[in-house]
Design a protein around this ligand. Structure first.
Ligand SMILES: CCCCCCCCCCCCCCCCCC(=O)SCCNC(=O)CCNC(=O)[C@H](O)C(C)(C)COP(=O)(O)OP(=O)(O)OC[C@H]1O[C@@H](n2cnc3c(N)ncnc32)[C@H](O)[C@@H]1OP(=O)(O)O
Length: 398
């Protein structure tokens, strides 16, 4: 069979051959990881309630403050990093009144702060990768702060000096599954484009959501922090010096039916409003096993014991991790990387999963080598669950 072109007939077999060559060898892998947090403000969780009520001039709301203290004690968080500080909150009093427009001022602040934070994480990932930034062919950027075009993806590409031909995608408002979604897309891009090297960048600043504590935002205010993560993703053949940290074997996205109202974010003239339903941890616990079975592509559990795997779980909140432990009957310590990241940084939404992966790949005397097979999970509005089967190659494999 032939296909016409301007110069005559081109055999389809030839175009098929070319398209076959576009595919990479083997599954994509994460080749390097970088993380960053704002350097300005670190708030210990045990005096967060005092700090936030003072900063927002709401100390008179004593019952609300007591509830915030109760919530903070149950988060499993010890400290969080923030871009906003007392001075910038004082300079923007409209941030404290949801009736006043403040979106423009927030967009002005994130316009430089988000790419700067992403740049910091990406620079570390690129340095670890060891190849020049100009070898990056694709960029996938995820954030809940993007309200402009051109956006942070182009700013980051410029800051890093990427090629003008770099293929850019920005994911907006995917919330806590943004990092999982970006990695899932990067896997598909790397596997379908021979030689592709994809930079995944996730950067989250709570300042677009920040407001004075009220009856609706206590949990989010007690839980979320600022951070950025970056991962270089590519598939074989690997160049000298490239070493896969985690192979990205298969991935699925699942939406739990009829849960759209449970978890959500909405851009308003007063910033980004968010809603975290009290049933989120239970719903995730009830659905997680099936998502894993789907991701592993088997009719039943992929292994007799989920403890045979290593786990990279987005620490959306302490009870989410507790429910996963219970449902999967995990041994203590299986979710240690997730609990560590929650304790040290809080929930940094889409960027958090990169911190968990970074924590997992650190060699540990007490736990030894990771099991060969693992699972990555991230959750967010929808309720959407991103699941990915990972494989940790042995050091001498590549
Ligand atoms: C410079 C400073 C700047 C600061 C800026 C901060 C700004 C932050 C804004 C960032 C927003 C980003 C939004 C991103 C949205 C995407 C989220 C996701 O995708 S991923 C998913 C995100 N993750 C999640 O959705 C999980 C969040 N949940 C948790 O982590 C835990 O449930 C917990 C820590 C809140 C409580 O621990 P637990 O063991 O459950 O303890 P208990 O049962 O004893 O409850 C204690 C009290 O808490 C109450 N209460 C509980 N839940 C809720 C609720 N949803 N609703 C309301 N209230 C709630 C409960 O009723 C009780 O009240 P009381 O009886 O004392 O009066």
């Amino acid at each position: 069979m032939t296909k016409a072109n301007g110069n005559g007939a081109v055999p389809v077999r030839e175009s098929q051959r070319r398209s076959m060559q576009q595919h990479a060898q083997g599954p994509a892998a994460m080749l390097a990881i970088g993380t960053a947090n704002p350097t300005g403000v670190v708030i210990p969780q045990d005096h967060f309630a005092d700090d936030i009520f003072r900063m927002t001039k709401t100390d008179h709301l004593t019952q609300l403050k007591e509830k915030m203290k109760r919530i903070c004690q149950k988060t499993g968080i010890e400290k969080r990093y923030f871009h906003l500080n007392e001075e910038s909150v004082g300079a923007n009093p409209e941030f404290l009144d949801r009736e006043l427009p403040s979106l423009d001022a927030r967009i002005d602040m994130v316009a430089t702060a988000v790419p700067k934070l992403a740049h910091s994480a990406a620079t570390k990932a690129i340095a670890e990768w060891g190849r020049p930034a100009t070898d990056i062919t694709h960029l996938v950027f995820s954030t809940y702060s993007a309200c402009q075009a051109p956006s942070f993806d182009l700013q980051l590409a410029t800051l890093l000096g990427l090629r003008p031909t770099v293929s850019r995608t920005i994911l907006s408002l995917h919330g806590c599954y943004g990092g999982g979604r970006a990695l899932h897309l990067a896997k598909q891009l790397a596997e379908n484009n021979h030689g592709a090297r994809v930079l995944v960048a996730c950067a989250e600043l709570t300042l677009v959501c920040f407001g004075a504590p009220d009856g609706s935002n206590l949990v989010g205010t007690a839980l979320f922090g600022d951070g950025a993560g970056a991962v270089i993703v590519g598939a074989g053949p690997f160049s000298e010096g490239e070493r896969p940290l985690f192979e990205m074997v298969s991935a699925t996205q699942t939406t739990i039916p009829r849960t759209e109202h449970v978890l959500g974010m909405q851009v308003s003239r007063a910033g980004v409003d968010f809603h975290l339903g009290i049933q989120v941890p239970t719903l995730i616990g009830q659905n997680i096993k099936q998502c894993l079975i789907d991701a592993f592509g088997t009719d039943d559990a992929p292994c007799s014991d989920w403890n045979d795997l290593f786990w990279a779980v987005h620490p959306g909140g302490r009870p989410i991790l507790d429910n996963i432990d219970t449902v999967l009957k995990l041994e203590p310590g299986k979710l240690a990387a997730s609990r560590h990241v929650l304790r040290e940084y809080g929930n940094m939404s889409g960027a958090t999963i990169v911190f968990v992966l970074d924590e997992l790949r650190r060699p540990r005397k007490e736990t030894g080598l990771l099991p060969e097979w693992g699972a990555m999970l991230a959750f967010g509005p929808g309720i959407t669950i991103e699941a990915m089967v990972l494989r940790a190659p042995r050091l001498d494999e590549y």
